[in-house]
Design a protein around this ligand. Sequence first.
Ligand SMILES: *[C@@H]1O[C@H](CO)[C@@H](O)[C@H](O)[C@H]1NC(C)=O
Ligand SMILES: *[C@@H]1O[C@H](CO)[C@@H](O)[C@H](O)[C@H]1NC(C)=O
Ligand SMILES: *[C@@H]1O[C@H](CO)[C@@H](O)[C@H](O)[C@H]1NC(C)=O
Ligand SMILES: *[C@@H]1O[C@H](CO)[C@@H](O)[C@H](O)[C@H]1NC(C)=O
Ligand SMILES: *[C@@H]1O[C@H](CO)[C@@H](O)[C@H](O)[C@H]1NC(C)=O
Length: 259
Amino acid sequence: MTSGISGAIIAWLLLATIAHAIEVNVTGEWRPDLGWEVTCGWQTLSNDTLQSVRLFNNGQQFMIYRPERHGLSRSEVFQTPQTVMHVDCAVTIDRGQEGRCVMLLEPYQPSVNDFTYSCEVSGERPMFRIGKKDYLVKILVPPSNASLTSKTQDGSSPTRVMLNCSSTGLPAPNLQWTVDQDKLQADFTGRVWNATSKLWNVWSYLSYTRNTDAKVLCTPEVNSHNEIIRGTPAEFNSASRYFGTTHIMFMTLFLYLLR
Ligand SMILES: *[C@@H]1O[C@H](CO)[C@@H](O)[C@H](O)[C@H]1NC(C)=O
Ligand SMILES: *[C@@H]1O[C@H](CO)[C@@H](O)[C@H](O)[C@H]1NC(C)=O
Ligand SMILES: *[C@@H]1O[C@H](CO)[C@@H](O)[C@H](O)[C@H]1NC(C)=O
Ligand SMILES: *[C@@H]1O[C@H](CO)[C@@H](O)[C@H](O)[C@H]1NC(C)=O
Ligand SMILES: *[C@@H]1O[C@H](CO)[C@@H](O)[C@H](O)[C@H]1NC(C)=O
């Protein structure tokens, strides 16, 4: 019994010391309109043969690729209520000394949480070399630059301006209005999930009394891991007058939206 355990420990130590013999890389990026693309690439020693690639979501194995069983490639789709995950694994050399698994994660709503994606690559007997990498998939697409439209409310005195600020991101950004550093409450905010971009479109209205010297800013921000991430703010220059035209249609629509 004791020798069995120490045998297992020695085998484990042996595995641990040769763990670097297979090189594994995991990289990821947000691909606009597609989702997160996470790629696991590997390279074994030239005299080794690929036995298997295992993929894990938060430590739980969800896919295995074994060239001996599946051939030169394997593609799978995993669907949950929150996401679709497409995985394509392929070897680029005969005995699998090199290859990669590309995972495309397409977010739905409500969105998934961050998770650890792991890729474990094993060589064949007698060495059973192993290489493994963890990668944190952060569900964050920083807020896009804010954009601002404005319409003058005709005939009002002092002149009131209706501002509409918008941005996109995941999670949905908050739009913070400030006038010379002072925070202002928006009059109305809205958001809609865009299934094409797989991001939230958010907007915020502010009815503002024109003041020539004031600097009005709308800043998109999102809280991620207790850190506030800000997009580029949009500024409304109170002094400019080029947009001061009548827009009864706009006001009608605005009142309709506020109803
Ligand atoms: C892993 O990344 C390093 C550094 O970017 C690169 O030199 C190496 O070729 C990569 N290996 C594989 C198997 O992709
Ligand atoms: C393969 O190559 C490695 C390093 O070059 C060597 O240590 C090992 O003995 C070779 N043979 C096998 C079967 O892995
Ligand atoms: C966003 O704003 C930055 C400046 O803060 C600018 O360099 C960049 O080109 C803008 N991006 C887009 C898509 O307009
Ligand atoms: C305000 O901007 C948002 C986002 O661009 C847009 O969907 C909405 O229709 C705009 N509202 C008005 C009244 O123009
Ligand atoms: C949704 O996203 C697509 C692609 O990014 C974009 O072309 C489209 O204008 C967006 N739709 C809305 C309503 O903003």
